[in-house]
Design a protein around this ligand. Structure first.
Ligand code: C5P
Length: 232
């Protein structure tokens, strides 16, 4: 799997997204489209960004009965995204159905990764609201193993968990890690952060970076710095 920097395009409209992407001129960064932008603009935003030549991680985190997820994944696959995701808590059956739906007639499919436990969920909340008593690190690794057993390519995880995920699931199991900040940058609301260089050392395959690039005075320079530090 190629190492890359994925820019989280957390914008509310196509207009704001294109104004941002236009700054990159000839460059075509890998971009993440999340729920806000997708629900605001619909599938046309995916087609338009794809037509501009970008790779796309469509971050919609599906979680439903297997049949519904399978059919929805078939739709996303036809949109020709490069990577998409679901919640591992939807269980192995749902993940297997997702792979089936995502696989095109020619056997190709986008990279499929699983969300384990959201980083907004802490151990106390997991116990209280979900009745899960195990340590959160064990839960994350169990979900990662389950995702692998279901045929998925990897997981979204904190950069702090990426090394352990590779230990447990193998080095080819993809880790996509948000929560990246420059050493001299603002952390914002992210609590457990790593620099791009640290994420590289720990073995993240892809880093997802939003505000350190989108809110920078010079987003192109910030993106290039990120690539230099992460990819080398
Ligand atoms: O702006 P920032 O770099 O914090 O953006 C990180 C991106 O990664 C956002 O789109 C956020 O929703 C996403 N993300 C995250 N933590 C997770 C899963 C996704 O920050 N556990």
């Amino acid at each position: 799997m190629g190492k890359d920097v994925i820019i989280a395009c957390d914008f509310a409209s196509a207009e704001a997204t294109f104004a941002f992407l236009d700054k990159f001129e000839g460059k075509k960064p890998f971009v993440k489209i999340g729920m806000e932008l997708y629900y605001a603009e619909g599938p046309s935003i995916v087609r338009e960004i794809k037509a501009r030549g970008h790779k796309i991680f469509l971050d919609l985190k599906l979680h439903d009965i297997p049949n519904t997820v399978k059919k929805s994944m078939a739709v996303l696959s036809r949109l020709d995204v490069d990577m998409t995701n679901l919640h591992a808590s939807g269980t192995g059956k749902m993940m297997e159905a997702a792979i089936e739906g995502l696989t095109r007639p020619d056997g190709t499919r986008p990279i499929l990764i699983a969300v384990t436990q959201l980083t907004s969920t802490d151990e106390e909340t997991m116990k209280r609201d979900l009745l899960i008593d195990k340590p959160i690190a064990d839960v994350v690794m169990h979900y990662a193993k389950c995702a692998k057993a279901s045929g998925l390519d990897g997981v979204v995880c904190s950069p702090l968990e990426a090394g352990k995920v590779h230990e447990v699931c193998g080095k080819d199991f993809v880790t996509v890690t948000p929560g990246v900040r420059f050493a001299d940058g603002d952390k914002g609301d992210q609590k457990r952060v790593m620099t791009p260089e640290e994420a590289r050392k720990i073995g993240s395959d892809y880093i997802v970076v939003g505000r350190p690039i989108t809110a920078a005075d010079d987003p192109v320079a910030a993106y290039e710095r990120c690539c230099r530090e992460f990819i080398g």
